[in-house]
Design a protein around this ligand. Structure first.
Ligand SMILES: [Mg+2]
Length: 369
């Protein structure tokens, strides 16, 4: 510990598991609950918040491995904390649970730093523009027509969000006929003026993805996410070369070398980055710079309120994902969440940090650790 200034006095971690509001699935996995690992970092009377959506075991990594590295250190030196944490998880393995734990702590430390300095987080990060475009994201393969119409209709016709995404690739690509029906259904629901995105979550083979896209050519699909596995960089490139939609991937990036490999392979038109996985705000900004060096935009993956400020601070951001599951949890758990009306989130220029506060009483019933 060197130098003066405010210290990180405490770091606490809580784990919450929240059931979904209906059965949910994409092309390659189904789920009935979502776990949030929430970190609070305190300096004096000031508290910063960070979180990730991952396995409850993240809580143990934070409590057992990361907490003691951070507590007692400077509340301003986010870089030193990031370096100490990444070194400490070398043998645990950064991609996965440890990377999510690292991300949650980094987010909390950035929020704390902004609050200690009394500035909005997006301004601390260099942002002058307080607006971030968003797209509605959900459209699970488990949804009936009525559920799909309710969700997409809410985003497009009530909140006036001009772009939405649905899941396809049902049953690992074994029900492409239903995928095509649902794409057409979504287009009917949202009308011609709204951009339609699809996400196969790696459910198709290369040629199958190209065939499915050709078969829905009349639906004007603009974004084709993980048409094949995001591990298949050559396959993503092959699909990218064959379709008019932008091909996107990157949600499993846990560090910037991954980002560099994906971008340099020509695998994507837009690089997705998840601040709750890639290494918090510190690594998200580096990842966006790597993408920019190859002429690519980035898009924020899930966890919308964790991304709002960093997305507003980076010039090559296309949009942030307004993901149904996470929106629902963040609106339950936090005061001060972003409002997506009109398809653009505006951040307050006069509130320190993220401006979020935990609604402890509302969150407590879901606490599991
Ligand atoms: Mg996705």
């Amino acid at each position: 510990m060197t130098g003066g200034g405010p210290r990180v006095d405490a770091l606490e971690v809580r784990v919450y598991t929240v059931p979904t509001d209906a059965p949910e699935a994409d092309g390659t996995i189904s789920w009935s609950q979502t776990t949030m690992i929430l970190v609070t970092a305190r300096s004096g009377a000031t508290t910063g918040l960070g979180w990730t959506y991952a396995a409850p075991a993240c809580g143990a990594v934070i409590a057992d491995t990361l907490r003691d590295l951070v507590v007692g250190g400077s509340a301003l030196d986010t870089t030193a904390h990031f370096d100490a944490m990444t070194h400490a998880i070398r043998n645990i393995g950064r991609p996965g649970i440890a990377g999510c734990a690292l991300s949650a702590v980094d987010l909390a430390l950035w929020d704390l730093k902004a609050r200690v300095l009394g500035v909005p987080l997006f301004r601390l990060l260099g942002g002058a523009d307080d607006a971030v475009a968003v797209y509605g994201s959900g459209g699970f393969t488990t949804y009936s027509h009525e559920q799909l119409a309710g969700q997409l209709g809410h985003w497009v016709h009530e909140q006036h969000i001009p772009r939405v995404k649905i899941k396809i690739g049902q049953s690992w690509g074994h029900d492409a006929a239903r995928d095509l029906e649902r794409i057409a259904d979504a287009r009917r629901i949202i009308g011609a003026a709204t951009e339609l995105f699809v996400d196969a979550n790696g459910g198709y083979t290369r040629k199958q993805a190209i065939r499915v896209f050709a078969a829905c050519a009349d639906q004007d699909v603009r974004w084709f996410e993980e048409p094949v596995s995001s591990d298949d960089l050559a396959g993503l490139r092959e699909v990218r070369d064959a379709v008019t939609a932008d091909v996107a991937a990157g949600e499993y990036a846990f560090d910037i070398p991954y980002v560099q490999r994906m971008c340099a392979a020509g695998a994507v038109d837009c690089m997705q980055l998840d601040v709750t996985r890639v290494g918090g705000i510190t690594e998200w900004m580096r990842g966006a710079a790597v993408a920019a060096s190859l002429g690519l935009d980035v898009s924020a993956h899930c966890a919308p309120n964790a991304h709002a400020h960093v997305a507003a601070a980076v010039p090559n951001v296309r949009h942030a994902e307004w993901f149904h599951d996470h929106v629902r949890i963040e609106e339950m758990f936090f005061e001060g969440v972003a409002d997506p009306k009109g398809g653009v989130v505006h951040l307050a220029g006069d509130v320190p940090g993220t401006g979020l506060t935990l609604r402890e009483k509302d969150a407590e019933p879901y606490r599991v650790g």
